[in-house]
Design a protein around this ligand. Structure first.
Ligand SMILES: *Cc1c(COP(=O)(O)O)cnc(C)c1O
Length: 396
């Protein structure tokens, strides 16, 4: 609460990251909030219990620790309320469940995070919701896909693995004219580099597992809503009983304190490597929204304040028969970059992106897509590692 009441919105982002969330004087001046482990909360008398007229009522409904993180996220997102859930994937599925019903139609961007597509194609369809995928480049043209029963437009920008930007303000304006809720998975940019609610989004989603955690050890998701959609989101969260744990909330709040600095380094190092890769022999294209050569770069430049540490490049290969062998040779030669999925941690990672599930934004034809998460290591060492990868790939 301290931030909302006394820390000016005009303070610099690192000042805000340092002080948002808990007020140390709510707990004897200790800088960090206590980690409250709770199921039972006692009431002083039967009348208070009957009316639930006190701040905390049950462990699943929040504790001072989870509130500290929710307040911090609200301050960053400009949201009316935030829920915590056990993973980034749950942060996507819960608002889908909260804002759609049997017979509804939902629009989902085709460059979506893979497990989100899996949820939509299995459980959401089974519950009677019709899912339609759209081109990430559609912009205001999304109007043509609306039906009377379209209830949700789900966006993710940049898209997973291929990093297409989306014209979020244009899509939001159309969706609101049709009475649909706009959700955005904003994990890549974090609220430091893009604030979805300022651009028309109703529900902003984060895998806090990534940069807020920053250390490849915590799983947590946050979902933040504007005033119009907060009650329904909170109701869905309460109905499902899916809540974030206090230890994880504590660690994510701890991660936020240094997130600005870490992101500056991720941004700088990843862009340095992306520029170095561009035009290099053996690289067909670099997929990084901050590169002027990237097709939707203008949207990134217009709407975003920065870029994080994950992007892809296409490793040139003469024929599709060679894609996998080239990619595997590249990856297996790396010594610093680890092969792993979840990003946003301090260490660099690489993988061969699987784009077989795409319906519209299809896999590039020039070669395999290699995704890099650029960590906090020294760039010269990372470039030397990538050189090892190229040497091995060229031998295939
Ligand atoms: C990783 C990721 C998620 C899921 O987060 P988990 O905590 O790993 O479940 C959701 N959306 C995007 C864009 C992601 O990259």
């Amino acid at each position: 609460m301290k931030d909302k009441d006394s820390l000016p919105q005009t303070a610099g982002i690192n000042t805000r990251l340092t002080h948002i969330g808990n007020d140390p004087f709510d707990y004897h001046g200790f800088v960090n909030p206590p980690v409250v482990h709770a199921s039972t909360v006692l009431f002083p008398n039967a009348a208070t219990m009957e009316k639930r007229s006190q701040k905390y009522t049950y462990g699943t409904r929040g504790t001072p620790t989870t509130d500290a993180l929710c307040d911090a996220i609200d301050a960053l997102e400009g949201s009316a309320g935030t829920i915590l859930v056990p993973s980034g994937l749950a942060a996507v599925t819960i608002p889908f469940l909260g804002f759609s019903a049997a017979g509804d139609h939902v629009l989902v961007v085709d460059s979506i995070y893979g497990p989100t597509r899996h949820f939509c194609d299995t459980m959401l369809k089974r519950l009677g919701v019709e899912v339609e995928y759209y081109d990430p480049a559609i912009g205001a043209g999304i109007e043509g896909l609306f039906r009377p029963n379209t209830k949700i437009v789900h966006t993710e920008a940049p898209g997973s693995n291929t990093f297409e930007m989306q014209d979020i303000p244009a899509i939001s304006a159309v969706a609101h004219r049709h009475g649909a809720v706009v959700m955005m998975d904003n994990t890549w940019a974090t609220p430091l580099y893009f604030r979805p609610l300022d651009h028309g989004v109703d529900i902003s989603i984060h895998a806090a597992t990534k940069y807020p955690s920053g250390h490849s050890d915590i799983l947590l998701g946050t979902v933040s809503a504007n005033a119009e959609h907060w009650e329904r989101l909170k109701e869905a969260n309460g109905a499902l009983g899916i809540c974030g744990a206090p230890d994880d909330a504590y660690q994510i709040l701890r991660g936020l304190r240094s997130m600005g600095l870490r992101l500056e380094r991720h941004y700088e190092s990843a862009l340095d490597i992306a520029e170095w890769l561009e035009g290099r022999e053996g690289v067909a294209r670099v997929l990084h929204p901050a590169l002027p050569s990237f097709p939707s770069h203008n949207i990134w430049k217009r709407d975003f304040k920065g870029a994080s540490g994950i992007f892809s490049f296409i490793l040139a290969a003469e024929s599709p028969q060679k894609f996998k062998a080239r990619a595997h040779a590249f990856l297996d030669a790396l010594r610093i970059f680890g092969l792993g999925y979840s990003w946003g941690g301090f260490e660099s990672l690489a993988l061969h992106a699987n784009l077989n599930d795409r319906k519209i934004a299809k896999a590039p034809k020039e070669g395999p897509v290699i995704r890099l998460q650029v960590g906090l290591e020294d760039v010269a060492d990372l470039k030397a590692d990538i050189e090892r990868g190229f040497a091995a790939a060229n031998a295939v």
